[in-house]
Design a binder for this molecule. Structure first.
Ligand code: SF4
Ligand code: SF4
Length: 117
């Protein structure tokens, strides 16, 4: 069981990032969040989402899903995502296991771009 992200629906509003930071720290602490939307400066209306899982970093992009196992060598010919390094240091998604009514990111996404699978 894990999170499923429909990145083509995501508007990069950051509500999930705020909710996840709150789940971690009882405050709006973006640096504690294990989910992070990002926009690409070079492409108009381009939105992606990065999710830190226990053993992988998941990048949901309009062109597809990329799962990088943490600790494995990356393709040296491929430029690393600038957002990846800070995400690696964060706690992994625990699916909000202590929340009575499920993952906060799902609850607060205004466009239902996140679901459980
Ligand atoms: S399920 Fe909880 S821990 Fe996982 S990304 Fe969403 S808010 Fe964060
Ligand atoms: S809350 Fe939903 S729309 Fe907003 S950034 Fe997260 S996934 Fe995207």
């Amino acid at each position: 069981m894990g999170l499923k992200i429909d990145v083509l629906t995501c508007t990069a509003c950051m509500a999930c990032e705020l909710a996840c930071g709150y789940h971690r720290d009882d405050a709006f602490a973006l640096l504690s969040s294990c989910i992070m939307p990002y926009r690409a400066k070079e492409k108009k209306n381009y939105v992606g989402l990065i999710l830190k899982e226990e053993d992988s970093l998941v990048a949901a992009r309009p062109e597809g899903l990329e799962i990088n196992r943490i600790g494995e060598e990356q393709d040296p010919g491929k430029e690393a995502d600038a957002s990846a390094k800070p995400m690696l240091l964060r706690e992994a998604c625990d699916l909000c296991e202590d929340a009575d009514d499920g993952p906060l990111c799902i609850k607060f996404c205004p466009v239902n771009a996140i679901s459980m699978e």
